[in-house]
Design a protein around this ligand. Structure first.
Ligand code: 4AD
Ligand code: MG
Length: 465
């Protein structure tokens, strides 16, 4: 058992309490919010308590001889916060092995008007819960998603640490549009009226980053294996269930590496995280089983076991064209793949994770390495069933003259002198990718909408809380 008696409040979390190590007969103190309370006519109450440390509630049995039984215990409602002291005993009920027989209950926070407690009902729609993002965390679903998100983030750092990568904190404020898609949020101290008379704070226009990649490349061409992991911002116009204006991206970058090394890294990395989630999040994954066809556990096991299939973009287009499926967006060589195409490819054509490589250069960013055919670039997208693209990456253009050509085509030469320097002084083949944390969480948790995989979602017209 972890340090259960040495926290400042001298309390034990419910997760620790329910672990097998707590001896029957032991006196404990614990805290939490009431999930439900039931008072029996025979003069005792059952409280189901949760502190977010795990999905399962702790059952507390309260007998009427407690001094505040009638004045307080009988008044408790869902959502009240309490501190409990009592003895760990074997449970008489069939739903749990142990429970706590209370010797003292302190009410820490009442629910002022129980009728108006926004999450008092058993089932609320996910849409409604989004409007209560400050309280939805107390529901089983959002507790589970939050714990899984934590374990995923920790596994990401652990994977890189164990494999010789250094974590680099790339800037949030930037002057360049890495992806070239123009989906930038401006950062300025000026408003419309002062903009004309006053200089910009940074002396030039500045934006919130859409990707840490360009700065990360500088670090990879010194430290070899690096990654960045942080918030990323895109003024996406697409108001879909797959897009956020603020999301978290993890981006590794490796020097002396090509596209095939990059694809292998992506596969090994996703398998590592999936294994960790299977080890650490069983209870939450089983609870989240929302998909009728396949359980969350099976989904993750498939990801761990199935080798990722590599598919050339050109081959993917042929497969889409010869499929019997009718798509909303027409398919021909040169178009970017839409979500419906991506899902057909991994769900029907391959039946598992797919890495699509070598996209047409015209639909991809300037930094991707031009292939010998002069038509395609060494790009890769990782697609998963049910979600579509979760990773975008590439081998980078390391040849100065080719890079210059692409940059001048896109009018970028002036701003990115330092990025060109990296090709002038000791250039090397290098590659990397970006994983959208919330997209991968959709796959893992089975949630349908990306707004339910981040604590306080920011999308067009919503930035509350
Ligand atoms: O494919 P993207 O645009 O790639 C890059 O930004 C590269 N610079 C990464 C690199 O090579 N270092 O974005 C990477 C991933 C996508 O595959 C997707 O999972 C996620 O970021 N993503 C979003 N997630 C949520 N909301 C959005 N608006 C997203 N845009 C991209
Ligand atoms: Mg992409």
């Amino acid at each position: 058992m972890r340090n259960t008696q040495s926290t400042t409040t001298n309390s034990i979390t419910i997760a620790d309490l329910l672990s097998d190590d707590v001896a029957l007969g032991k006196m404990v103190r614990t805290n939490g919010w009431i999930k439900s309370v039931r008072t029996s006519k025979a003069g005792f109450s059952f409280i189901h308590l949760n502190d977010g440390s795990c999905l399962t509630n702790l059952q507390i049995v309260v007998e009427k001889d407690l001094p505040n039984y009638t004045t307080e215990i009988c008044e408790l409602t869902t959502g009240c916060s309490i501190q409990v002291e009592g003895m760990v005993v074997e449970s008489q009920g069939k739903n749990q092995d142990i429970e706590v027989k209370a010797t003292e209950i302190k009410v820490v926070g009442w629910v002022k008007d129980p009728e108006t407690y926004p999450i008092s009902k058993k089932q609320h729609s996910l849409e409604y819960l989004r409007s209560m993002a400050h309280l939805r965390i107390r529901t089983n679903t959002f507790g589970a998603v939050s714990r899984i998100r934590h374990v995923m983030s920790k596994a990401i750092h652990d994977y890189f640490d164990q494999n010789g990568f250094f974590w680099v904190n790339t800037p949030i404020i930037t002057t360049s549009d890495c992806e070239g898609a123009g989906e930038l949020f401006r950062v300025s101290t000026l408003d419309k009226t002062t903009r004309l008379e006053h200089p910009e704070f940074f002396g030039t226009e500045a934006f919130l980053t859409v990707s840490g990649q360009l700065n990360l490349e500088a670090y990879s061409l010194s430290l070899t294996k690096v990654y960045t992991f942080g918030p990323t911002f895109r003024a996406e116009n697409s108001n879909t269930s797959r897009h956020l204006a603020e999301f978290w991206m993890v981006e590794p970058e490796i020097a002396f590496a090509n596209l095939s090394d990059n694809a292998n890294l992506a596969e090994e990395f996703l398998k590592y995280i999936s294994k960790r989630l299977l080890e650490r999040c069983q209870e939450d994954l089983i609870f989240l089983n929302q998909n009728e066809d396949i359980s969350q556990i099976q989904q993750l096991e498939e990801l761990v076991q199935k080798p990722f299939q590599i598919l050339e973009y050109t081959e993917a287009i042929e497969a889409l064209q010869s499929s019997k499926q009718s798509f909303e967006f027409p398919v021909q060589w040169g178009v970017d793949l839409k979500s419906e195409h991506e899902r057909y490819l991994c769900e029907s054509y391959i039946g598992g994770p797919v890495i699509i490589i070598n996209y047409p250069k015209d639909i991809k960013a300037f930094y991707m390495r031009l292939n010998d055919d002069n038509k395609t670039v060494a790009a890769m997208d990782v697609l998963l069933p049910g979600v579509g693209e979760i990773i975008g990456g590439s081998q980078r253009e390391e040849r100065l003259s080719v890079l210059d050509q692409r940059m001048s085509d896109e009018g970028l030469k002036k701003d990115l002198w330092w990025y060109r320097d990296l090709r002038k002084y000791g250039t090397t083949p290098h590659a990397g990718f970006g994983l959208g944390l919330e997209r991968f969480l959709l796959y893992v948790t089975g949630m349908d909408n990306i707004r339910d995989s981040i604590p306080f979602p920011r999308t067009r017209n919503t930035a509350g809380f």
